[in-house]
Structures are given as C-alpha cells and as structure tokens.
Design a protein around this ligand. Sequence first.
Ligand SMILES: [Cu+2]
Length: 340
Amino acid sequence: MMVVQPKKKFELEKILNKKPDIEIYLVQHEYYASGKDAVDGQGRPMYTAFNGKLFRYIEEPIVGKPGDYVRINFLNAGPNLLYTFHIVGIVWDFAYWQGNPDNKFIGGQTVTAGPSDSWVVEFSIPPDEGAYLMLSHAVGSTDRGALGLLVCDKDAEQQSVVLSDGIKYTEEEMEEFREKAIRTITPFGIGSPDVDMPVVYGPETKEVIVRIIGNSYHPKVIQVVPGTIVKWINEDVFTYMDGEFSGIHNALVKSGPERFASPMLAHAESYSQEMKQEGEYVYMCTPHPYMEGRIIVKKDNRIDYRYAAAGPGANTKLVWFILILAAFALMIGIIALINK
Ligand SMILES: [Cu+2]
C-alpha cells in the first residue's frame, strides 16, 4: 500500500491541533483457490484478509485509549469484492474519499470501497472500554478472514502506527508451515487434495473436457481410464498480445509416461489428446509456467485419495441400483393396492 500524504491537513487534525494518536494502514484483500474463481462473476475468494493474514487483528487487536484520535487509511485491494468498511460502535468524524482532504464527508459509520478504492476515516475512540469490531457489512468477506478488533483500554500501551506490511517469516518458519499445513491453496497450481479434488471419470466416459480459465485448468486434477480423450478448451477471452499478459494457453506435459504438447490455444480453441498409457501426467502452460494440471490414467479406476469428486458417470451404477430399488418398491405398493 502506498499513501501519498497530502499537503493540506485533514479536518480532525486541524480541529484537535495534533497528529493522530494512532495511524492505521489497512488493506483488505482476497485469496483464490483457483484462477477460475477469480474471474467467474464477481469473484468467489476462498479467504479474505486484512494486511496479509486471516483474522490478524483478532489475534493481535489494535489497541488505543479512550479519546485517542485515530486515522485509518483504508484500501480495498480486491481484486473483486466490494467492501463496506465499518467499525461496530464507531461514528466517523470525517471520511475522505481516496484520501483527498477536499473530498470530505462529515459523520457516517460506513464507507463503501470497490476494488482498488480507498478512504481515509478519522474519529476519536469513545470513552467506553471494550472491543470494537472492524468488518465489512458484506458478511461473505468478513466471514472469510477480513475481520479485526480495535480495543479501547485505558491502560493500553501506546500504539502509534499500524503498517499494512504483511508478516515476515523466516525460512525455518516457512518450512514449518509447509510441514504442518493441513491445507494449501494456489490459484494457478494444484493445492492440497481437499481443495483441488481429483475428478474421477469411469470407463463409460469417452471424452473429458478441461477448461482453461483465469490462468488455471479446471478441473486441475482428473483421473481417467486408458483410451479416454482429454480435450482442453481455452475459456479465457483476452487473447491479445503475447506472453504473460495474454490469455493464450497450452498444455505441455512436463512429467509422465508420455510427453505431448498442445499448440497455443486462443479463446474457444481446443486440443484433444488420447491418454493411452497408465501413469501420472503433470502438465503446465508454456507462457504461464506456474499453471499446473494433473492427469492420472488408471485401468483400475479406484480412487487413491482421501478426497475425490465424482465425475459424470462415476456413480452410474449407484444411480441404477437406486432406480431399480425404487421401481421394485413401487411394484410392491401397486400389488398391495390391487390385493385390497
Ligand atoms: Cu497459460
């Protein structure tokens, strides 16, 4: 977050004739488990956060004393959600759209920020001690992590600046996180199996479509039997320019029993490949090497994972069994009625 301090003073600074006791830099942002979720509709993030960590200021609340003059520089980095920033129990003295002292609003309790929109809000902490919840009125984002506390405590140690820097971890700490993580998410690569579940297709499926959307493959992991045709279709629309910024993609096998590469695919173009040999194929996109997909080709199509999503046809036998059972029950019912 970059803040350009205006030459003009903000109104509350003029009235109180002092600098803020607490200046907070607060960024709301979103985490996506798939590039598809980022470009579908208005976006469907898996998590949201303030300043780089879920529930960061629930774990370490921002503290102040009754009467402290607070200035919050709020930025909704998005990239998708509308954020209605509010602190339960607080009334702003002033709010300034995009941080310009001339764009002054008097009073109010919420500011609405679209993606990349920003506000400066100023107020004094009320005399009542306790916790004031910082949130969005859109519960969808609040519930996913962008929630914090401003605690009013007369014995609080003075906290003058809260920066929007993310938390810095050492390499050892990162290693520990990797080891202990029960879930990993990544928009373009493959997360843990509970997030990027293998979609399993039975032998009755002759062709499986993998869509390329938002610089991600969808589904990212599939399991098929030998002889299945896998067809990649590019659903990304912006296919101008080339390289990183273009929505032109391909599928290039980087490890697996057989190597193949599709040509570059523009919007709605497709490429089909028969998966002949059993084994695990990991593929990527040449212009966006961080994109990754996986195909498991197995004759004996049992699921190896703790988590799996059934592909179309995978449960056909179960459906037939239920239908036959239902027909049988209906027959018994009819016979019983006739006998009456
Ligand atoms: Cu690509």
